[in-house]
Design a protein around this ligand. Structure first.
Ligand code: 6LW
Length: 541
């Protein structure tokens, strides 16, 4: 008996321990450039979303650990013209703030075809779940990214942004500017001041500025080193908002750059901070989990790190450890039961669940849920290789080990028509696992594409296409493909495709990898469609 009691006590102690920690990243998958604000007991967080629609996800939490996707800031085609924007263009580094009943979201809209390439805008909302306003353009004539607003306690409001360095500065040099903003008129006023250029003497890419006031000091948190393995968070402060700013001698306050690729979490940088109602300070930042040592195929994700202040009132991030930890102690906040979506979507809803995204804004009727219990994709003549609006509905790849399964109904009518699954990194790096047709009949193929170079990994005639199921098993950076012609009679199609193709290191860009349902008639007009009965993305670790 005594023995049983001690086992129970031991188990509950273990459970207690388990409950006092959380796992990083708090938002796995391509959710970079986090910005956070607190309103009472509620926390709101936003991320970059690049060429995907709806744009700029808005998250809600009460405990900083469990997050609910409550909406997006960009839900209407009228807000931004996505047509033809390149992969990794679109929305960069939003910042969210709350002031006098209104939520403010400042963000960069990137389209290299514009005169400058960067348009910096503000959207507002009374409810963070939306609807958000149309954009007010603050700058479209200065090279600069990552805008943030700061509301000072004297009633003045400021606009902060990354800004070019003086001509002749070292390669990659950039600065941080500040200028007053009239938020009623949505116009910059007064003079622009440069208040930072990074902590390292030859710092590159000073960006992502966030301003805070505490005990008479203005603290300027920035990212520097570029958004790769040399990324870092640094801080400077001043008693005068317009400077001069003094760099903290303990900079960088957070980085994994000193570990290079030996760290299982790389790219740590681009941060925002928040003070809880319990007077704790926490930092959110971006980082990436690597697979097989180097491959970062998830893109940049959101992490949560504790923060405190030293005796001289400089911030100390991840006290004792100085690193972002995969398992971290929870904030001192009551647990928030965030609504979680089931892994399987049966497509019983009348509109897509919020985690689904499309590449740019598809033309009307590219997809629909009118056949209850099915997602229907109408074949588009464009494909994933054009900067167009393909029939693709996907979600972020986010598990180190996961199964992706779908049930497809599709009758290809020509050799150009195809439908199935796609793993998509950009217009230049993706893989299609599709049912198509040749002169002998229906075929199932797996084709990877890097730039304009395609490799056919698998091709097989399929006799019964009425109950076709496709499955991709991901184990770290290896992807194995199965198909089944009758319920769960799985046959191997291709084993261990190395996912380096989807990594930022190999294929560049700022965005991570998406996986989803796809259909195309590859340049020909088609009235054909593909129906997906369900889609399941199961966590296996
Ligand atoms: C973003 C910049 C960055 O604007 O990457 O991590 C850019 N840092 O701050 C795109 O996400």
């Amino acid at each position: 008996m005594k023995y049983i009691v001690s086992i129970v006590l031991f188990l509950s102690m273990l459970q207690g321990l388990a409950q006092s920690t959380f796992r990083n990243p708090i938002l796995p998958g391509a959710y970079p450039d986090p910005s956070i604000c607190r309103v009472g007991d509620d926390y709101y967080l936003v991320n970059s979303s690049f060429e995907y629609f709806p744009g700029v996800p808005i998250w809600h939490s009460k405990d900083l650990v469990n997050w609910e996707l409550i909406g997006h800031a960009v839900t209407r085609a009228k807000q931004f013209d996505y047509s033809g924007i390149c992969s990794s263009c679109g929305f960069w580094a939003p910042s969210i703030r709350f002031h006098k009943g209104l939520y403010y979201l400042s963000v960069t809209w990137v389209d290299w075809r514009m005169k400058v390439g960067f348009k910096n805008v503000i959207l507002t909302a009374t409810n963070p779940a939306g609807p958000w306003s149309d954009p007010s353009v603050i700058t479209d004539d200065i090279w600069g990214i990552d805008p943030a607003i700061f509301f000072d306690d004297d009633g003045k409001n400021y606009w902060l942004m990354n800004h070019p360095a003086e001509p002749g500065a070292h390669q990659g040099a950039s600065t941080i500017m500040i200028q007053q903003i009239d938020l009623a008129a949505m116009k910059l006023i007064g003079e622009k001041k440069i208040i930072g250029k990074g902590a390292q003497i030859d710092a590159k890419y000073a960006e992502g500025p966030k301003m805070f006031k505490k005990d008479g000091y203005y603290y300027l948190f920035i990212a520097e080193g570029g958004t790769g393995v040399n990324h870092a968070v640094t801080v400077s402060r001043s008693k005068n908002i317009e400077g001069p700013y003094e760099n903290f001698q303990g900079n960088p306050i957070l980085t994994h750059r000193n570990m290079g690729y030996t760290s299982p979490i790389i790219n740590i940088g681009h941060a925002d901070i928040v003070k809880t109602a319990n007077k704790e300070w926490w930092m959110v930042c971006l980082g990436s989990r690597t697979l097989a040592g180097t491959d970062n195929i998830f893109g940049r994700e959101t992490y949560l790190v504790p923060m405190t202040w030293d005796k001289d009132q400089w911030p100390i991030v991840s006290p004792q450890y100085g690193q972002v930890r995969a398992e971290e102690r929870k904030p001192n906040l009551p647990e928030f039961k965030a609504a979680q979506f089931a892994s399987k979507d049966d497509f019983e809803t009348s509109s897509l669940l919020p985690y689904w995204v499309t590449i740019r804004i598809p033309k009307e009727n590219t997809y629909h849920l009118k056949n209850k219990g099915f997602l229907t994709l109408n074949l588009q003549s464009c494909s994933l290789k054009e900067l167009s609006e393909p029939a693709f509905v996907g979600q972020r790849l986010r598990y180190k080990q996961g199964d992706i399964i779908t049930n497809l109904s599709f009758q290809p009518k020509s050799e150009k028509e195809e439908a199935g699954l796609a793993i998509y990194k950009s217009d230049k790096a993706y893989l299609r696992y599709v049912l198509s047709k040749n002169k002998n009949g229906n075929i199932l193929t797996i084709i990877s594409r890097k730039d304009s170079f395609e490799v056919v990994l698998f091709r097989k005639e399929i006799l019964d296409i009425n109950a076709l199921q496709l499955k991709i098993i991901q184990q770290e950076n290896k992807f194995t493909f199965y198909y089944s012609e009758s319920q769960n009679a799985w046959q191997l199609a291709y084993k261990d495709f190395t996912g380096s193709l989807f990594s930022v290191e190999e294929s560049g860009g700022f965005m991570g990898t998406m996986v989803g349902m796809y259909a195309s008639s590859n340049g020909s007009e088609s009235k054909n469609f593909a129906k997906f009965d369900w889609f399941d993305y199961i966590l296996k670790n």
